[in-house]
Design a protein around this ligand. Structure first.
Ligand SMILES: Nc1ncnc2c1ncn2[C@@H]1O[C@H](COP(=O)(O)OP(=O)(O)OP(=O)(O)O)[C@@H](O)[C@H]1O
Ligand SMILES: [Zn+2]
Length: 733
């Protein structure tokens, strides 16, 4: 027998299978999916068995060196996905495969801990003479297997008491597997499905019909306004899938994978739910993975990469907030979870549900423009609730009135009003830190990261930080350029908003939610819970406050500056702005009282902002589609981006020129934009240039990019630059 092996060298030029002989010592144990060690050149490297051939080749083959795990690390379905992903995104197959199985590669198996057991029978210590030992004894009889620390804690004694009992031979220690449940601290409560209202019911019925047809051709776009109860549609569709013996994958953006979301799923489906996200420990991830592989868990709730979960045959795949940019992985393999989901559904016959209050243009035109998706609409909020009224505040007029502060008069009054009525406020600004621009008023020097082409952000800790590479330095008191004292701190972040709020409203209880405040495990949950319980009045935050929060006490949402995302050099800037504003506005008025939203902006006429004000998705869609058509951008064309990076700017530029020339000489009918420096010209000491390819058909892009890359590897000498290909890029930065 011989094995076909993908070796773990992720390079286009090694992207093929290599053949090895299976030595007698491994016969019968090597399977498709096995992780092995193989001789490669003068080294031994890791590889993955992707095929077995009974007839050995004539040529002399080397032997597999070792089998690394007894169980296969991937399923045939996962391998099929990897192969498709490699071809679709033009990445080495082994890279795609490793992206799929990384949770298994990272973890070393279950964690072992030392537990304690009673070593003798009966009642040994006398509670009157040795009350502490007696307490320990009582606990260990009831709960054998506790660790030293757990036991001491449970008995309310110092661990030394436990030690002395071990020394006296009363307790013995043995290794045991630690069971880690990422939700172990959650309250176990059951919830029951509410009665669906008309549109919800219709949506669920349609999905169930598709589940019953079982023909793998159903993609639904669930377009439901904020607070319309999309989650309930998902839950009941999942329940129906489970009743039919099917499994479900539910993806939510990492940021929306809030404890609240997890609680909802756990309270409905209990231990049938496995949760996968980046904050799990390796051990917890192992356990959840294990529960999925054995079939104990039938629903996986997770972020982007949970689409690769080792379910045998998912029958329902749901993407909540399908428009979210975080579904795109911004490193190779640069896959989009939605695209993968559709492919996976093609393999398994699963029904796909894409949900959003603000669908991506790509998806909406598939549903509304005569494409292949079916549109399901939820046009109103649950119950008697209505959408909040949204006011635009023209910051130019504010300035003319002489108000140079962060808050317009109207927003300040509205906050005062809410505080007096004991209602809650969310303030949204999509920038963290204190000041986002530090500049010398005398010589004009802007303080930038020494490693990136990015201005440093001043943090309340007194340090300047780069938000791309995390470089930090104490803020200088004098300008490092000219020695001037006049260093100005401009541009505001959430810390400054928080500080201003505390100054203006000293009695208010304020919380801040951004990536600086959620570093500690559990902090995210605490902040949201504290706010929900009404123990704070105002929540300030970045886009972390914009998504998914369902907090009935909030009747006012203030957007401090709506324009931040509007002027990004990216053709999706308007779409992102509309989505963010609609989502954050949607946090207001979800309880008994009607909500209000105030959006501060310098561009009150921009359609991304006026359409958000009027809850007018279709209006936005029409305007934006007209714009995209005129400029020849997706969804009317397909894009690919070649990003060239390296330490020497000249080399990067020359390499980009070489690639451009190579693209021009291919026969593929593609339009080439650039080469040009990327909007962010340098990150982590690497210069960045890019080329953007446009074509009416995606395959032309692949042809052109592949041909250009081959020329590049075969004919050029730029060994130190890196080229990455991004098919259907989400970020153009
Ligand atoms: N049929 C129903 N009857 C009563 N309450 C419901 C019903 N459906 C949903 N709800 C409740 O309505 C609230 C809003 O629902 P949900 O959070 O799912 O909205 P959503 O559409 O996901 O909103 P968003 O897009 O803003 O996150 C939740 O508190 C949910 O429990
Ligand atoms: Zn940096």
């Amino acid at each position: 027998m011989q094995a076909e092996v993908l070796v773990s060298i992720a390079h286009h030029q090694v992207d093929k299978v290599f053949y090895y002989n299976i030595p007698p010592s491994l016969a019968g144990r090597v399977q498709v999916g096995s992780r092995v060690l193989v001789p490669f050149g003068r080294r031994k490297i890791e590889g993955y068995v992707v095929g077995l051939n009974p007839a050995p080749n004539q040529e002399e083959l080397k032997d597999l060196a070792a089998l690394l795990d007894e169980d296969p690390v991937f399923t045939p379905l996962q391998l099929a996905l990897a192969r498709w992903m490699a071809a679709y995104y033009l990445c080495p197959t082994v890279k795609a495969l490793r992206a799929i199985i990384w949770p298994l590669l990272q973890i070393k198996g279950p964690k072992k801990v030392k537990g304690l057991w009673p070593a003798v029978c009966g009642n040994v210590p006398d509670p009157r003479r040795a009350p502490k030992s007696a307490a320990v004894w009582e606990v260990i009889q009831a709960r054998p297997g506790l660790t030293r620390k757990e036991l001491a804690e449970a008995a309310g004694v110092s661990p030394r008491v436990v030690d002395s009992m071990v020394a006296r031979g009363l307790l013995t220690s043995k290794e045991r597997i630690e069971l880690r449940d990422p939700c172990r601290n959650l309250p176990e409560k059951r919830s029951f499905p509410p009665v669906l209202y008309g549109e919800q019911l219709r949506a669920v019925k349609k999905i169930i019909e598709a589940l019953d047809k079982n023909d793998g051709r159903h993609v639904f776009l669930l377009h439901g306004v904020t607070g319309s109860g999309k989650t309930e549609v998902y839950l009941q569709a999942i329940a129906a899938a489970l009743n039919r013996g099917k499994q479900a994958i539910v993806l939510v953006p990492e940021i929306a994978l809030t404890p609240q979301m997890i609680d909802i799923f756990r309270s409905r489906f209990g231990h049938q739910v496995a949760v996968l996200h980046s904050r799990l420990s390796d051990g917890e991830r192992y356990d959840e993975y294990h529960r999925l592989r054995t079939g104990e868990a039938k629903v996986v709730l997770g972020a982007r990469s949970a689409i690769f979960s080792p379910l045998e045959k998912p029958g329902l795949i749901i993407l909540d907030e399908e428009h979210e940019p975080s579904y795109k992985q911004e490193e190779s393999p640069r896959y989009h979870a939605r695209t993968v989901a559709l492919r996976l559904a093609g393999y398994t016959g699963a029904v796909v549900v894409l949900g959003s209050a603000t669908p991506s243009l790509e998806s909406y035109c598939q549903a509304a423009g005569g494409g292949t998706y079916q549109l399901l609409e939820l046009n109103q909020r649950v119950g008697e609730l209505t959408l909040p009224s949204v006011h635009l505040i023209d910051l130019r007029r504010e300035l003319r009135k002489g108000n140079k502060g962060i808050f317009s008069e109207a927003l300040q009054e509205a906050i005062t009003d809410r505080l007096s009525r004991r209602e809650q406020v969310i303030l949204f600004l999509n920038r963290r830190g204190y000041s986002t621009l530090v500049v010398c008023r005398e010589c004009g020097l802007v303080l930038k990261c020494p490693h990136c082409d990015i201005s440093l952000t001043y943090h309340a800790s007194g340090r300047l930080r780069c938000h791309y590479c995390n470089y930090s330095v104490m803020a200088p008191s004098l300008c490092p350029g000219c020695g001037s004292h006049y260093v100005a701190y401009l541009g505001m972040g959430t810390q400054k908003v928080e500080q201003e709020i505390r100054r203006l409203f000293p009695a208010a209880r304020v919380l801040r939610l951004d990536s600086d405040t959620v570093g500690r495990r559990g902090a995210h949950r605490e902040i949201i819970e504290t706010f929900r319980e009404g123990e704070a009045d105002i929540l300030v935050g970045t886009q972390m406050v914009a998504k998914g929060l369902d907090i009935p006490g909030v009747t006012l949402v203030g957007v401090i500056n709506a324009d931040i995302s509007l002027h990004m050099p990216d053709f999706r800037a308007s779409e992102r702005t509309f989505q963010l504003l609609t989502q954050v506005a949607g946090r207001s008025g979800r309880g008994k009282k009607k909500g209000e939203v105030m959006i501060q902006t310098y561009s009150p006429e921009h359609y991304a902002i006026t359409c958000a004000q009027n809850h007018d998705y279709r209006g936005f869609y029409r305007r934006e589609m007209a714009m995209r058509r005129a400029l020849g951008y997706p969804p009317f064309t397909h894009l690919a981006r070649l990003l060239v990076t390296g330490k020497l700017e000249r080399e990067v530029q020359e390499a980009a020129d070489f690639l451009a020339q190579a693209v021009r000489t291919t026969n593929a009918p593609v339009e080439l934009l650039g080469p040009a420096p990327a909007p962010i010209g340098r990150i982590k000491d690497r210069y960045r240039w890019h080329l953007v390819l446009k074509a009416p058909v995606q395959n032309f892009l692949r042809e052109a990019a592949t041909a250009a890359l081959n020329d590049f590897y075969n004919m050029s000498n730029y060994r130190r630059v890196q080229v990455s290909i991004d098919i259907a890029p989400q970020s153009m930065m």
